[in-house]
Write a protein that binds this ligand. Sequence first.
Ligand code: WQD
Length: 340
Amino acid sequence: MKILVTGGLGFIGSHTVVELQNEGLEVVIIDDCSNSSETVLEGIKAITGKMPQFEKFDLKEKALVEDFFKRHQDIQGVIHFAASKAVGESVSNPLRYYENNIGTLVYILKELVKKNRAQFIFSSSCTVYGQADKMPITEDAPIKPAESPYGNTKQMGEEILADTCKVTPGLQAISLRYFNPMGAHPSAKIGELPIGVPQNLVPFITQTGIGIREQLSVFGNDYPTSDGTCIRDYIYVVDLAKAHVLALQRLLKARNTDNYEVFNVGTGTGSTVLEVIQSFEKVSGVKLNYKIVPRRPGDITKAYADTTKANTILGWKAQYSLDEAMKSAWDWEQVIRAKG
Ligand code: WQD
């Protein structure tokens, strides 16, 4: 069984490739390396001993997508990570996000609907909920108007998938709504490789801790939370990767009860920004240099998952704590900085 992983050299994609290989599945990666590096292949091989097949091309090239599926007729399972994901950038460059995140999804689905049977896992996000009214957030929480083109591409992607599955009985699909992915593989051979100044909290913390960044700016401490800073559900990337394998296996073994299903993937626990900083200081022994600055536009106050559905139906539950995930992030930061 050969599985296509688009964006398989990226942060979550590479960790998922490792878990797929650990399950004995053969993987083909497509990645255009616009936000990743081919060196990640060496990291994957160093962990599993298996070099995944890899093809470097842009999924926006429809003819290349068609050609790929002609050459790999035996692929029926696809995990689709390839997408642009910087919220702020999506606001300043919306067409790039709609073309990349929606166009590529449509081209891949057009190939899968030609097959009698196909399984598709979509990389979605808790962003689709916006600021949910109730915590923890369940999968049937209302989908609110997107706060960014990035978030809109995730909402639209889920709708495209649902509409396509409705008229394509052979297409079996699951959307996984990630909360806040963080950390790195325990081997420290793969991890998050933000290009330029990190947008996300955890890599900014570890880069500040190691001295690449002068100081972390905490975006607001006047929110209605325990310590005034925003709450998020930080999910260890290896836990998240394992959720993808279980979701794919659910479809491969035809255990799904509908040909389109949605699952939250989070820990079910919320942590404030200051609690994340405290976790870093605890696991690293490093005092973090940070200051409180005004809120970042577009940030929601709190988001953490109700994980009942994933726990009971997918048979998946996060195993790692915030501290364990943070330790892996810090170990990784030290390894990549030592490499120079
Ligand atoms: C987390 C908290 C910030 C940086 C985004 C995407 C979401 C998902 C995860 C893909 C917030 C605060 C951050 C900093 C800070 N991505 N923060 N200083 O915005 O919750 O979600 O990443 O699936 O779709 O939208 O993540 O890490 O940017 O922020 O104070 O330098 O940390 O205000 O409260 P976010 P984040």
